[in-house]
Design a binder for this molecule. Structure first.
Ligand SMILES: Nc1ncnc2c1ncn2[C@@H]1O[C@H](COP(=O)(O)OP(=O)(O)O)[C@@H](O)[C@H]1O
Ligand SMILES: [Mg+2]
Length: 225
């Protein structure tokens, strides 16, 4: 699990979105260089973008469930990509909601609207929706920034169990969160000439205890940003 940290506007979200080519949906983006996923450059010609985004899922800052039932939110990707029987679908919805630590709270109201859930529950539902299609990587852009401390703790606990199963890249503003949950940390900053400058990348321990760059040390100690 890798945390991306850095002051607002330094290009963290943009970088994250480059990792599953989702930024392209927002309009004109120019990308240089390569992003390798299992040895394959995802920017090479002929890449199947739908399959790529299925394998590299994303969870956004504000929970964005579909205006549909809790059940349908989880089943959505499965219905599109797989031809499953109703019982198989039911089983996957249940196991996915369990995996997202939400099952006990919603098992009696699966057909109710997802929009009736609390913010923290909605965010865990969005995580479940992303997990349902069994991605290999999950990109998360400040997934707790719109949540209260208790919901944040629940999502963090969930991240701890998820990182045993898949690769997670998480953007966070919360230094404690970054140091608690991640194994590696990348510090981004803006310098005179450009946005999106990766200043330092190392084990989370090194970044927080003994960073090489002075600006990384200043940032993790809360001296700016
Ligand atoms: N590598 C880059 N080159 C040029 N502009 C960038 C780059 N990365 C980000 N930007 C621009 O900088 C602004 C802030 O980027 P964003 O990714 O939203 O920052 P953050 O998520 O760190 O707050 C956006 O307008 C974005 O388009
Ligand atoms: Mg951002």
């Amino acid at each position: 699990m890798t945390a991306l940290i850095g002051p607002s506007g330094c290009g963290k979200s943009t970088f994250l979105k480059a990792l599953n080519r989702i930024g392209e949906l927002e309009g004109k983006v120019k990308v240089d260089g390569t992003v390798e996923f299992f040895g394959q450059n995802i920017y090479a010609q002929g890449i199947n973008i739908n399959s790529l985004r299925r394998q590299i899922g994303m969870v956004f800052q504000r929970p964005n469930p579909f205006p549909s039932s809790i059940y349908n939110n989880v089943a959505y990707g499965l219905k599109i990509f797989k031809n499953l029987s109703r019982t198989d679908l039911d089983d996957i919805v249940e196991s996915t909601l369990k995996g997202a630590a939400l099952w006990d709270e919603v098992k009696d109201k699966l057909q109710q609207s997802a929009l009736g859930l609390s913010g923290g529950q909605q965010q865990r539902l969005c995580i479940a929706r992303a997990l349902a299609v069994k991605p290999k990587v999950l990109l998360m852009d400040e997934p707790c920034s719109a949540l209260d401390p208790i919901s944040t703790l629940k999502v963090e606990q969930l991240l701890h169990s998820l990182k045993e199963q898949l690769t997670i890249v998480i953007v966070t503003h919360n230094m404690q969160q970054a140091s608690r949950v991640s194994d590696y940390t990348g510090f981004f900053n803006t310098d005179e000439s450009r946005v999106g400058n990766l200043v330092e990348y190392d084990s989370t321990f090194k970044i927080f205890q003994d960073a090489t760059s002075e600006s990384t040390r200043d940032y993790v100690q809360g001296r700016f940003g």
